[in-house]
Design a binder for this molecule. Sequence first.
Ligand code: UD1
Ligand code: CA
Length: 459
Amino acid sequence: MKKYAIILAAGKGTRMKSDLPKVLHKVTGKTMLDHVRVAVSALSPDKEVIVVGHRADDVLASLADGPEFVKQEEQLGTGHAVQIVAPLLDKDEGTTLVIAGDTPLISGDTLEKLFAYHESEGATATILTAIAPDPTGYGRIIREGGQVTKIVEQKDANEEEKAVPEINTGTYVFDNKALFDALTKINNNNNQGEYYLTDVIEIFKNAGQKVCAYSLDDFEESLGVNDRVALSQAEKSMRARINHNHMVNGVTLIDPETTYIDADVEIAPDALIEGNVVIKGKTTIKSGVVITNGSRIVDSVLHSNVEVRNSTVESSIMETGSNIGPYGHLRPQTILHENVHVGNFVEIKGSTLGANTKAGHLTYIGNATVGEDVNFGAGTITVNYDGQNKFHTEIEDHAFVGSNSTLIAPLHIGKNALTAAGSTITSDVPDDTVAIGRARQTDKIGRAKKLPHYKKLDD
Ligand code: UD1
Ligand code: CA
């Protein structure tokens, strides 16, 4: 039997009060639509169609793989949204999943079980339902003698129906041809003036076709995100799921409640992550890495045994055994090779530091290529920017940059060279050379006695 999937993503999401289309709001760093698509991919459908509408171009631009889509010019309701997919699908035999783009927590595992249940029951339609602690806002599952007879929307429900705790998650599996046939019979005579997909259930029932419900054990999974309150709930649930998976896979999280790891982050077993850590985007963390509280890692690779202490690492690579912090900052395109040490209040941008190089304190390194085993004294600054252009600094292996050196780029410092503390270095330093670029000290003997500070001491 062929499998099809239709994802509804045309709505504006009025209740989000946002410029951004609802399905592009992110949960743990990934759009809700991407979460839904990951779940759908567990079914390996023969065809996947996304219904776009409100700001369709933005929604499509967010989908790197260029999937098949249909544009719903006017959002006339979920039933209308599926109806317009008819030209692509209505002639085909098969089973069709319909899922809303605003239910990011529904898992691939659940979709597989839903499909299997639908097929084993030989149903025309199977609704994924859940028991909600507070069902307000959801469509209610109305049963007679245990059998589902229809779905009633919140806005159309009477008091008795509103009291029903079983809700429609907005996910269904249908016999494909029966679905498109029933959709020709729906109307918009309801309190929202919309064509409801949910109306097909009653149509099936009246035609004597089998309708089933597959109930989720866990209501949380069915959360539909209609406003920012629900968005934060989705974030919290997804975070708990992500953190749970990492712990099961062997990662130590000291305080998972306050550990914020995006959906696509990869972490190897035996990494240790303290509380109040944020790990975002496409980050990879290898075994033995330690990340202490207050750190923020974005789109970076931390190789084995790296230590990040209370620091920020953005779009950078830290090779095995390198470390940073406390209070260090790696800005984009920085590479620290093996065992590099970056200490407190050090900022590095667009630079590569060779193995065993050290920048222990209060230093800025920008647009630099640094060799192995180089030592940066406290307060070193690469002067890489004249207000218009960025200039490059090159420092060869085993160079020793004295404290408070000002390295004015473009500049080349040779192998084993040394810059004296407090130097302003404006021209290239050859290998094995000591460069001193500072004014000589002169001593005025006894002069201090004539200065104001001295008098004060006398009083
Ligand atoms: C829908 C269901 C409700 C269910 C709830 C679960 C209907 C009529 N109601 O209500 O029973 O409990 O989901 O979360 O289906 N969309 C379109 N085109 C449209 C309208 C909506 O593509 O014309 C898309 C939206 O972008 C959204 C999804 O369909 O992703 C659901 O629409 P929404 O307006 O959020 O429906 P609910 O009111 O939540
Ligand atoms: Ca919704």
